[in-house]
Design a protein around this ligand. Structure first.
Ligand code: NAD
Ligand code: ZN
Length: 402
């Protein structure tokens, strides 16, 4: 089968790979129809997370079941399904409590597993014609419709970035009427903003520098803030100060609420410093510094942007170990609640699917490119540079690629 293989930093190659075979009676084999390239794949592409050369990558996967093991009960050949990027057993202490992002049994090295990803266990990825699905009953979400229909791209986004944006909003405690700032207007940030709109937030700001992404934020109902135009935190303070509706309702003391109730960090450690025009410049603490300044006292911060260690690209010994100076005193002083980490996709994916089916959510508005597998190496390069409008790239397989 054709697959995308990691061949070293900056090199993703289309290669012939062995088609996976059932290895346990609880497995299934999925014929992939669509697979996403994720901002998380870029950490490997940039050589920041050690991955064995030759590994098939891709963790945003949907398709049609080709074959199931004899113990699989709820899914059968021909079913259309999407997979959470987390691979989970369903029976460990954490899975039972709903933390499928911290499954204790699937990865001997750590408490989490995923398809085709560094440090996430020995599983093959889904930027390929076929993929092996462990514990298929637990890890497949059944979908209505047929491949290539009006929902195909919406459903693909249920594998990761839609639930991840939603999880960021959830950890930041977004509820109706709240004010929200999302740091980063990549696929995750855009869908955190969209999730905040769906949750009924009153104001949603999105900070980024890429014009196409800021335009998309506006289209999704958010207020774009360009960090190349000056300190984005001050820009948001200013926008709120100029808003007569906000200022006219303040009681004494509430002038201290200059910022927002909820902040989502959808950038992570590869952040650029504010006002810096060179896209390769990095300041890993920029998102959390801005979050600490932006969040109002007693507010919430959801960190879904990735922070990793070891990081061979870190500029100091501390950065290489993922240790960063962040304004802890300010966060304590403000009594902020913070959540971190990978998304437990399974907590949200069926509800978000049902919003898509009911016509209440259309996350595929963020998709910019639909490509054939042969175009993937070039798409990785353009997505990494965030140029030419490469916001979200989906690889199409089989009949959908024609
Ligand atoms: P992405 O990397 O393209 O998006 C990041 C965006 O942040 C870019 O548009 C970039 O211009 C912008 N940015 C850079 N510095 C900034 C700054 N200082 N302030 C504001 N914006 C800044 O892709 P993505 O797919 O949206 O991924 C975003 C992050 O989310 C990545 O770290 C990715 O690994 C992570 N992620 C986490 C999970 C999870 O489970 N927690 C799942 C998927 C992705
Ligand atoms: Zn992803």
């Amino acid at each position: 089968m054709k697959a995308i293989r990691y061949e070293g930093a900056g090199k993703m190659a289309v290669a012939e790979s062995d088609k996976p075979k059932l290895s346990s009676s609880t497995d299934a084999i999925l014929r992939v129809t669509t697979s996403g390239i994720c901002g998380s794949d870029l950490h490997m592409y940039d050589g920041r997370t050690p991955l064995k050369k030759g590994t098939v990558v891709g963790h945003e996967i949907m398709g049609v079941i080709e074959e199931v093991g004899e113990a699989v009960r709820s899914i059968k050949e021909g079913d259309r399904v999407v997979l959470p990027f987390n691979i989970a057993c369903g029976y460990c202490y954490n899975c039972i409590r709903g933390f499928t992002n911290s499954c204790l049994t699937m990865n001997p090295e750590k408490a989490h597993a995923a398809y085709g990803y560094a440090g996430m266990g020995p599983f093959g990825g889904g930027q390929a014609e076929f993929v092996l699905v462990p514990y298929a009953d637990f890890n497949c979400l059944k979908l209505p419709g047929t491949p290539g229909d009006q929902w195909e791209d919406d459903f693909l986004l249920l594998s990761d970035v839609f639930p991840t944006g939603y999880h960021g909003a959830e950890m930041a405690a977004v509820t109706p009427g709240k004010s929200v700032a999302v740091l980063g207007g990549g696929p995750v940030g855009l869908l955190a903003a969209y999730s905040s709109v769906l949750k009924g937030a009153a104001e949603v700001y999105v900070i980024d520098r890429v014009p196409e992404r800021l335009d998309k934020a506006k289209e999704l109902g958010a207020i774009p803030v360009d960090f190349l135009k000056g300190d984005p935190v001050e820009q948001i303070f200013e926008l709120r100060k100029k808003n007569k509706g906000i200022q006219g309702s303040l009681r004494p003391g509430e002038e201290k609420l200059k910022g927002v109730d909820c902040v989502v960090d959808a950038v992570g450690y590869q952040a650029q410093p504010d006002k810096e025009r060179v896209p390769s410049a990095e300041k890993p603490t920029q998102p959390l510094e801005n979050a600490a300044r932006l969040v109002n006292p007693a507010g919430g911060i959801g960190v879904v942007g990735v922070y990793i260690a070891p990081d061979p690209g870190g500029r100091t010994e501390q950065e290489k170990q993922g240790i960063y100076p962040i304004p802890v005193a300010e966060l304590f002083d403000k009594s902020v609640t913070i959540g971190f980490g990978q998304t437990p996709v399974k907590r949200y994916n069926e509800y978000l699917r049902d919003m898509i089916v009911a016509g209440r959510a259309k996350p595929s508005k963020i998709v910019s490119h639909r490509i054939h597998i042969e175009e993937a190496p070039d798409a990785y390069d353009k997505f990494r540079q965030r140029t030419q409008g490469y916001t979200k790239v989906l690889i199409k397989f089989g009949k959908l690629a024609a």
